[in-house]
Structure formats: structure tokens, C-alpha cells
Design a protein around this ligand. Sequence first.
Ligand code: C5P
Length: 332
Amino acid sequence: MSADELAPVVRLAPAKVNLTLAVVATRRDGYHALHTVMVPLGLADRLSLARAAGPRDSLHVVGGADGRTSLDPVGFGSVLAGLDAARRIVGRGADAFPLAARLEKRIPVAAGLAGGSSDAAAAIDGALSAWKADASREDRQRAAASVGSDVPFFLAGGPALVEGRGERVTPLTPFAGRPPGILLVTAAVEVATAAAFAAIDRDPNAAPANRGSTRLTSEHLAAELGPGYPPLAADDLVRRAGVLAVANDLANAADLIVPGLRALRRALARLLGTPIGLSGSGPTLWALYPSLDAADEAARRVRDEHAAGRLESPGAGAPFVAATTIEGGTSA
Ligand code: C5P
């Protein structure tokens, strides 16, 4: 390899779930102030960056594990937005040469898993690395926030309390020991985040059912995962599943936007005998398990039930069903 050739820079872009999501206030700028505990997952997209042959950044998308995601790069503008944001950090002086991005898409889109935001964070970090550019934590955070509200979280690399519009990220203690398992069930429908937030302001039926208690649950979990408490293990998290599963202020909005989501949630709770939570504005539903094996077993049951015609899921086609882990390193 000659000196100016670049070995591709590869980044995993994990999905996230919200273990809690409190909408604290509607802000003057139209965004909503949040208090949410977010965790990265083992389920991840893979982004690789190489020097582009042409004069501009390019993007090629492959994958679509769920079989319903369109691979048209137009739908993945967040990667190119991430590269632009990275270029703004390094400024004109640096050799921020054009990059050819290749995205292997594994995370369902518009699903409440923040795949696009994670791709953008991976693009920012990967581009800076490809250009061998230094950037302060503040510059990275600012660049991330300029692309989207969920992007700064992914620079933290582990569980975090996310506040404000999404730009205030406080790292939390990783889970101790074996990573918790998590089952994801994503109905074959897309939910636009903006629509869910707009609904809670405009439609009384979409308003949060238990606003005050969601905030309390979120604060409590953030405190338990903060300094001064021993790290939580997977079993400790599973014991809290009941309170966490109802701690999402966007749940009523998601139920209005996606007819049949509430019924799917109830059916999963009955089938699996465990609390079912909602990630972000949905439609992804989650269930917590003490291990990946246990989550895998639950995924098998859900797939079998659907294949047998005993589990109805909104949208055209089968839901995306995946067992994965909550990631972020271990603290013991
Ligand atoms: O920042 P991002 O473009 O990802 O947000 C998508 C939309 O979700 C925003 O246009 C806004 O309507 C809504 N949103 C919000 N409050 C947040 C984050 C997003 O109202 N904290």
C-alpha cells in the first residue's frame, strides 16, 4: 500500500433503546426537553470509510436484514450529514479528502432504535480517524448535535442519561458481569419521530398517561446507574422491567400512530409473561432478559407464534424479531 492509500476505517454503529423516556417540557424552539436513560445494543450497523475515487463523498448501502428496508442511499442521508459535520470541525486547512462510505444496514429504520443517528455518529468518528484529525470532545459533541438529537448519545459509548434536546449526555455505570439480554420486536411500520412528538402536544389522546411517574422512574434509574451506587447486574435490571416498561411518555402517541401496536404489546406480554417496553417513539417493543440465551429463546417463541398465525403484528409482513445484548463494557 502506498503512503497515501488508506486502509478502510471501520466503525460499528449500535442501535439504542430507551429504558426510560420522560418528556419534561415543550421548548420554545419546538423541540421537547427529555430525561431519558439510553443504552447501546449489540445489534449494530457497520460503516466502513475509504478514500473516494471521485471529488465528492459517496455512499453505498447493503444489507437490510429485516427484508423491508429500502437500500436507496437517499434514505441514509445521516451518514453524509455526519461526514459534513466532521468536515466542519476540521475546517479548510486540513486534508479532509472525500470519503467513500459503505454502510451495512442491520438496524430497522424509523423504528425507535436510532440507527440513522448512530450511523451519523460513526461517520463523524470514522471520518476524523480517516483524516487523522484531532478534535476536542466539545467539538465532536457539537458536530453530533448539529446532525440530530439522538446523535451525541452515541459518542458516549455506553449507557447514558440524556437530557435537553438530546445534547446533554451524562455517562452512566455499565452493567456488571454478563451483559443483559434484550428481545426486540419491530412491527413492519415506520414511525417518524417528529410525528410522535407533535401528537403529544396536539392530541389529548396522545398525551403521556403518567408523566410525573415516568420522570421519577427515569431519575431513579439514572441515580442507581450513577456514582455512589454499586453497578447493577443483568438480574437487577430484569427485576426493574415492570416499572421501566411503563416509563415512556411517547407510548400513547405511538399507539395512536400505529393501530395494532397496543394489541401486539399485550399479546407479547401474555406470550412471554414479561413486561414489554417501547423504545423511543416506536414501533420497536423490548423485553429484558438475564442473558442473550434467554432472549434468544424468547425470540424463537415470538417467531414461531407469528409463523403459526397466532400473533398479529401491524404493517405488511412479519415483524423484525431479534435477540441481542445491552452493551457498554462491564464494570466488574
Ligand atoms: O433532532 P432530530 O432531527 O432527530 O429530531 C426529529 C424531530 O423530532 C424534530 O424535528 C422534533 O420535531 C422532534 N424532537 C423533539 N424533541 C426532541 C427530539 C426530537 O421534539 N428532544
